[in-house]
Design a protein around this ligand. Structure first.
Ligand code: LM2
Ligand code: CA
Length: 497
């Protein structure tokens, strides 16, 4: 078990600038404007480049997020579903999410707002179309011929199953050399194929992307991914998508030597643990069993695939979703990414488009949204959920920046509620139960009145009274009353006037 340090030591040691004039014991010892930009990302699913740029400037940059993950940028098949994006047909950066010039403008405008763009890179496969056709930008192609890019000899024909499709996920060979749902599988061991993929990724980086998500990385041998990303400029961020399964031989750990991985286990564990009170276990500090090391883990509550499948919680769950995302952001494990997509009732439905088939850009406002306003009943199919702009989530992004580097101390339980401190910096409490609860979370925050950033949103740079609940800290504890299903959290600079 971790030792509890003496009160307020950590806040004082970071002390840089003393701010005058604040009332009470909640006087900040660090100028909050010197806070580092956060490590939190936003997955902006199927959002066009022009809208991503606006979003960076209006909400994502100001809220202190560090990066956005956008949908694939390559020319793709012509089809209505969102997953057209995952069937590339040429090397052109020209898609229904935007043009090459728009992609470059997006990365520049996001960078100016302090936000990195991570590009989704589909490099395991090309299309799954059996009939010859023409792509979004006019490039002709057939299943195994992409003129000027790849031809038949560049693809696997695994010969291990009747139609060359992956059947058995316990077979490494099938998973990596057969076809994922009929998608033409690139022979990534071939020097020529690697060269072409490196050129594709380098192009995205030249256009200003700070890094790449390696789509379907489990289906590409780790050595092949290593060789490809090893040829990219130093400092390129690489996040491999390797869906963990205890029943399969290919593990995310194989992909951590050259970058980060999405740690799917985090979301799978969170809600069951929350319901059973296990999150209060001090053994959950820092690295976690059955997870990649914290520094290699990108964590999420849901993404575009899991919200259409395995996810326990999505934006539709309102307060419970806020609770899960808030716990992830308050945690000291991994690098979190907040998912922001659109409402749908048909899992295949693409984002709304104009008459020419270009996806419409909807921009979220930084206020007046949240689970209450955008619950399942309030959103129409195609409406953006704007989760990243919800004040509860922006408040937690702020809290995470304040808490950066502070230890996560052992949790405490009070009935169904539990909470924990990020030492000297922040506290969070949640009540997953069905009855109201009160909890006293031990803390070395100075005595005083603090604003709840869940009910009140971000506080730094905001003048005036708390618009949310007030949390009293006295005698080494934050006393927090929580309605059933509620979350409350506050930090060192969220003092109430
Ligand atoms: C991924 N990560 O590993 C993406 O996150 C996931 O969204 C992709 O699947 C998948 N891998 C391939 O890049 C999506 C979607 C599938 C869709 C594929 C290809 O979830 O449903 O498959 O993209 O567009 C669709 C049809 C499927 C068909 C296939 C090929 O649903 O029935 O297979 O196209 O025509 C015959
Ligand atoms: Ca493959």
């Amino acid at each position: 078990m971790r030792r509890r340090a003496v009160a307020a030591a950590s806040a004082a040691t970071v002390g840089a600038l003393l701010l005058g004039g604040c009332a009470g014991a909640g006087e900040p010892v660090v100028d909050p404007s010197t806070l580092e930009r956060g490590d939190v990302g936003v997955q902006l699913f199927q959002l066009p480049w022009t809208a991503v740029a606006q979003e960076c400037e209006r909400v994502i940059g100001p809220a202190g997020y560090g990066w956005v993950l956008v949908s694939p940028a390559q020319e793709h098949i012509v089809a209505e579903p969102w997953w057209a994006s995952y069937q590339p047909v040429s090397a052109r950066i020209e898609s229904r999410l935007g043009t090459r010039a728009e992609f470059a403008e997006m990365t520049a405008r996001c960078a100016a707002a302090g936000v990195d763009v991570i590009a989704d890179a589909v490099i395991n496969h090309m299309s799954g179309r059996d009939q010859p056709s023409v792509g979004w930008a006019g490039s002709p192609y057939s299943h195994f011929e992409y003129p000027g890019l790849f031809d038949d000899g560049d693809f696997h024909h695994c010969g291990l199953t009747a139609d060359d499709d992956i059947r058995d996920y316990t077979s490494r060979e099938q998973v990596q050399s057969c076809e994922l749902v009929n998608l033409a599988d690139l022979d990534t061991a071939s020097p020529h194929v690697r060269e072409r993929i490196v050129a594709l990724l380098t192009d995205l980086i030249d256009l200003g992307a700070a890094g790449v998500r390696i789509d379907a990385a489990k289906h590409i041998p780790a050595d092949d991914v290593a060789a490809i990303v090893g040829a990219l400029p130093d400092g390129t961020r690489v996040i491999s998508e390797v869906i963990r399964s205890a029943r399969e031989p290919i593990a995310p750990e194989e992909y951590t030597a050259f970058g980060e991985v999405f740690e799917f286990q985090y979301a799978r564990d969170l809600w069951p643990q929350l319901e059973s009170g296990l999150l209060a276990d001090p053994e959950l500090d820092g690295d976690r069993p059955a997870h990649v090391p914290s520094s290699a883990a990108v964590v999420f509550i849901d993404n575009h695939d899991t919200e259409r499948g395995e996810a326990d919680l999505t934006w539709r769950d309102g307060d419970a979703y806020v609770m899960a995302v808030a716990l992830m952001l308050a945690d000291d494990y991994g690098t979190p990414v907040v998912y922001s997509g659109y409402a749908f009732s048909d899992r295949d439905a693409g984002a709304p488009t104009d008459a020419a088939g270009r996806v419409l850009g909807t921009v979220c406002t930084g206020d007046a949204v949240g689970p209450a306003a955008s619950g399942a009943a309030a959103l129409e199919d195609g409406d953006r959920t704007c989760v990243h702009a919800w004040p509860q989530i922006r408040g937690m992004v702020e809290l995470r920046r304040v808490a950066a580097g502070a230890d996560r101390l052992p949790g405490v339980v009070a009935g169904d509620a539990f909470g924990f401190e990020r030492e000297g910096r922040a506290v969070i409490a949640v009540n997953p139960g069905t009855e109201p609860a009160e909890i006293a979370v031990p803390t070395s925050l100075p005595d005083g009145r603090y604003c709840d950033v869940i009910s009140g949103g971000p506080r730094i740079g905001v003048d005036g009274p708390c618009t949310g609940a007030v949390i009293e800290v006295a005698g080494g504890a934050a006393r927090i009353a929580l309605a059933a299903g509620a979350t409350a959290a506050t930090h060192r600079f969220a003092t109430a006037p």
